[in-house]
Ligand binder design. Structure first.
Ligand code: JB9
Length: 132
């Protein structure tokens, strides 16, 4: 993981802003939020070229270490070398991922009431993390 934090207390309506740069040879990266590494509200996983996916965002949840059903998004608003800001918020129904030019929703399948864990993994250089 290139950024890992536990013991967070992000409540519904609050925002986690991950600012950084996508590596120029990125194969993929992931932003994970939830309770801990085994219990994720959202695994937001843009894939440039990995696991057989090309330019596809794969979202999923994880409950006690078991992946849920994947949700592949239609848009892929990322390019190699891009600087970007990924803002994640949630409410009882869904998580929202806001990018400069796109927005994605993913159901809050686990009914999580707070985010205590954030991890950014893969080919993404984290510049700043802001909570608002
Ligand atoms: C078709 C065959 C069966 O179906 C496939 O079955 C695979 C295994 O279940 C799924 O894959 C899994 O999907 C999960 C979501 O559901 C997670 O993403 C998981 O990864 C977990 C994971 C995260 N991480 C850290 C990380 C994250 C991003 C990049 C890197 C590393 C750098 C890459 N850069 C390089 N190398 N330069 C590292 N490591 N493992 C992935 O293995 C595929 O989606 C699925 N494909 C389809 C179409 O159904």
């Amino acid at each position: 993981a290139c950024y890992l934090s536990g013991e967070l207390d992000v409540e519904p309506g609050e925002c986690i802003k991950v600012k950084g740069k996508i590596q120029s040879d990125a194969k993929g990266f992931a932003v994970n939020v939830g309770k801990d590494s085994s219990t994720l509200m959202l695994h937001f996983n843009p894939r440039f070229d990995c696991h057989g996916d090309v330019n596809t965002i794969v979202c999923n949840s994880k409950e006690d270490g078991v992946w849920g059903e994947e949700d592949r998004k239609a848009d892929f608003p990322f390019q190699h070398g891009d600087k970007t800001e990924i803002c994640i918020s949630f409410d009882e129904a869904e998580a929202t991922v806001k990018l400069p030019e796109a927005e994605f929703k993913f159901p809050n399948r686990l009914g999580m009431e707070k985010i205590e864990y954030l991890a950014v993994e893969g080919d993404f250089k984290v510049k700043a993390i802001k909570f608002s």
